[in-house]
Design a binder for this molecule. Sequence first.
Ligand code: 6R9
Length: 660
Amino acid sequence: MADIQTFKQENRVFAPPAEFVKNATVSGMDAYNALCAEAERDYEGFWARLARENLQWKKPFSKTLNESNAPFYKWFEDGQINVSYNCLDVNLENGNADKTAVIFESDDAKVTRVTYRELHKKVCHFANGLKSLGVKKGDRVVIYMPMSVEGVAAMQACARIGATHSVVFGGFSAKSLQERVIDAGAVAVITADYQVRGGKQLPLKSIVDEAIAMGGCDTLKNVVVYKRAGADINWVEGRDLWLHDVVANQSDICEPEWVDAEHPLFILYTSGSTGKPKGVQHASGGYLLWAVLTMKWTFDIKPNDIYWCTADIGWITGHTYIAYGPLAVGATQIVFEGVPTYPNAGRFWDMVQRHKATIFYTAPTAIRSLIKAADADEKIHPKQYDLSSLRLLGSVGEPINPEAWMWYYKNIGNEKCPIVDTFWQTETGGHMISPLPGATLQVPGSCTLPLPGITAAIVDETGNDLPNGTGGILVVKRPWPSMIRTIWNDPERFKKSYFPEEFGGKVYLAGDGAIRNKDTGNFTITGRIDDVLNVSGHRMGTMEIESALVANPIVAEAAVVGKPDETTGESICAFVVLKRPRPTGDEAKAIAKELRDWVAKEIGPIAKPKEIRFGDNLPKTRSGKIMRRLLRVLAKGEDITQDISTLENPAILDQLKEAQ
Ligand code: 6R9
């Protein structure tokens, strides 16, 4: 972590416009500081007040936080709630019934509007349909869907009947899907025939078929299929059902299933530092509370906003900031099926213009690729579009480099929109460190300050606090309502991964490094401190990709490292030893392609190594440990200047210098 000590100090500072501050939910630093002070004075009282003011409880809670079985914290445990009730019924009662909940835009730019009343009805039909299949409270349902109103409705329908959903991103392979269905013990998979992205039809249902054919999905009873494209698919009578048949003739009313606040709302698999993805389990009450509060605080959501989060529902951002948060605050949001580059790289800006979006939330990798595209083609440069409706911009998923931040600020925000650079994780459920748009001074590349109630800090390897200006390990010192509750089926791994004994077992270890500015205390995230890569904002474990590679019969050994990449943040570079002699030239190219396709099949196209290099061996210490730090240097194409005296086989380094 030595390099983070030398992080360039960023001196540009941007204050929120006076007009924004005036109308903001959290208006000015005094208001922010007052919330922080309230949390510090009476931590439980602070959360209890907010939970009472912001959520509708069927049965009020009397106990705010139970720490008796730490780190398995419980929030609002004797309260009863239903998340879908809070997202839908509440809006029918408070005057939002005929307000547009979702503006759905398909890949081919067809626009459908759904009001809160219509969405409520759709979700009730869906929920009753699931019930008619025997799905009940506590069951797990895997959702493998394209971006669609039906995808959001599927999640809401599960929440309504107390079933725990596990959404699997549509880019994951049959193998990944099968592993998740088995680990979650799912009783049903909800999918679509195809997904349509960038003008192409990509199969989903056939991947589900393939996953089930791999075996082991013993708990699975039904596959519910949303007809998106209408193309031919394989059909298993008795198991497979069309969504339109499942919801036909269902009642418009589905009484919500009231669940304890701690009831698992969903499991979402994410990559960790070991091979197997972790099923991050979230609760109901605490999760929803933070989704609502961050919609209000970070996104300053107002009744007239047209909010757009470009994430996919397969990721945590699409859970908290599409499927739940916006609905729970009665917002109007855009849901987009397609990709930012189709029909051209002006798509986002065209959509902002047409729908008059006011809040736009996307990932740095998208911004960086659109900068490149705009530089290459004047016709789709953001200046060709009317983006004046925008009032707030957001960034999520990875560090945003200051130059991309500045471009976003100038070209998309016209120097009048605050940017909220939101640092958070699948495990945190919602934003943790972020500017508040009507309060915080923004600094390009810095996620600035923890949200009120979030006790983020920087410590050394033994858990001791470090002073500002010194880089270290990012932790959260106290539990917060939307935190991960456990890893599904693996409580021991939960403890070991997030509350390790080295840190006293009580602080949450985020897995990122960070540094705080000496003067302002602003946080800058310096990247993962574990073996997790971040490629285009997608989290991937190096071990996961290595396991996929060595599962190929021709591979003897593999080591995967991240390499800095201008567009995707990091790219995947794999060093591979084959069971046959080291290939060169065209043979190496052909095998590299074969292995890339193999990884796409094992995990999904997002995990394909960009680069594969072959060696007779890997650089190892005398005790046989792979020296990854050397591989990182080689991947970057730099010369090795570090000490290699512990290296068993220095000659190997020359072989691994060149990409195939
Ligand atoms: C929400 C989400 C989490 C990891 C996290 C960190 C990186 C996310 C960031 C950021 C710097 C930000 N990350 N937001 N790094 N600045 N604003 O992305 O969840 O997919 O679980 O990834 O992403 O490394 O640990 P998830």
